[in-house]
Design a protein around this ligand. Structure first.
Ligand code: C2E
Ligand code: MG
Ligand code: MG
Ligand code: MG
Length: 291
């Protein structure tokens, strides 16, 4: 403390503060420019129906194609976007782009739904449902082709505003999913109060599902609970055939993971939709015939 109070201590401290402050400021303006200049990119990960083995939807996952730092994953900038007050603009960019791409895919004949992740901050924004209604109308997209993913912890951070926002979105006909299910605190009590359609089991319970007995117990109970509440279940992090098989036995509805498809850009996705067996594409027959 004494050292901090000396002239030199304060000088060091404030220099450090300045440096961090400047870094934040430049990051903030860089991100604002990135949103404006379309430096953000959406990758789409297919979501596969475990019963029909066909793609039924896509999850939009944002990346930042940074001119110096290269491709940045959302874990490196979503939180900072929230702190910088830019998450509203980012979310709007993601929604607008995802709906535009979805319209194009529908024109191609792929009648999929698209899921967009909402940040915790968005559940404080009581204007969100109206903004989404406008974006849907502008894109000419039916609301039930849009799914919004929210986390348990985001809901718990602001239960009353969240409930109001989610209730309004549900009334509009937008579909809602609880993401990263099982990682939050109070999974059960509020689940029946929220107007959600789907539960997404966090990949931390899925990655070792085929070999870890306690993961299997957790996933089995989650599926049963969700089904008893009338909700469908998607498992994330399906990396192997064994996990796929286990989920099928447990009665899970949908799956996402590297075993079926990684997140990919729009052009790669359109190619995938034409050729992948999961999309009923032309390689479907050759895969069946190959040994
Ligand atoms: P999430 O919504 O739970 O997304 C699933 C993450 O798991 C994605 O990471 C995805 O690429 C990854 N993943 C998919 N399949 C597999 C697999 O088989 N194995 C493994 N190990 N991982 C798999 P990503 O794209 O880095 O996104 C991380 C998180 O960033 C997302 O988690 C989501 O919470 C957030 N995020 C992504 N896009 C957005 C966005 O547009 N807005 C907001 N607010 N958050 C976003
Ligand atoms: Mg998600
Ligand atoms: Mg609903
Ligand atoms: Mg997740």
């Amino acid at each position: 403390y004494a050292a901090k109070r000396s002239g030199r201590g304060w000088a060091l401290y404030s220099t450090e503060q300045d440096r961090l402050g400047r870094a934040d400021l430049s990051f903030r303006s860089e991100l604002r420019e990135a949103i404006r200049n379309d430096e953000l990119v959406l990758h789409y990960q297919p979501k596969i129906d475990l019963h029909t083995r066909r793609v039924v939807g896509l999850e939009a996952l944002v990346r930042w194609d940074h001119p110096v730092k290269g491709f940045l994953s959302p874990d490196r900038f979503i939180l900072l976007a929230e702190q910088a007050g830019l998450i509203g603009a980012l979310t709007e960019w993601v929604l607008e782009r995802a709906l535009r791409d979805l319209v194009r895919l529908h024109h191609d004949g792929h009648l999929l739904h698209a899921a967009v992740n909402l940040s915790a901050r968005s559940l404080h924004d009581l204007g969100l449902p109206a903004s989404i209604e406008t974006l849907l109308a502008r894109a000419g997209m039916a609301p039930d082709h849009l799914m919004l993913e929210i986390t348990e912890s985001a809901v718990m951070a602001n239960p009353s505003d969240s409930l109001a926002i989610l209730t309004e979105l549900d009334r509009m006909g937008v579909r809602l999913a609880i993401d990263d299910f099982g990682t939050g605190y109070s999974s059960l009590a509020y689940l029946k109060r929220l107007p959600v359609d789907e539960v997404k089991i966090d990949k931390s319970f899925v990655l070792d599902l085929a070999t870890n007995e306690s993961d299997a117990v957790i996933v089995r109970s989650t599926i049963d609970l969700a089904h008893n509440l009338g909700l469908s279940v998607t498992a994330e992090g399906v990396e192997t055939q064994d996990i796929w098989d286990t989920l099928t036995i447990l009665g899970c509805d949908c799956a996402q993971g590297y075993h079926m498809a990684r997140p990919m850009g729009l052009n790669a996705l359109r190619q995938w939709l034409r050729t992948s067996p999961w999309a009923g594409g032309e390689n479907a027959a050759s895969q069946v015939l190959s040994p």
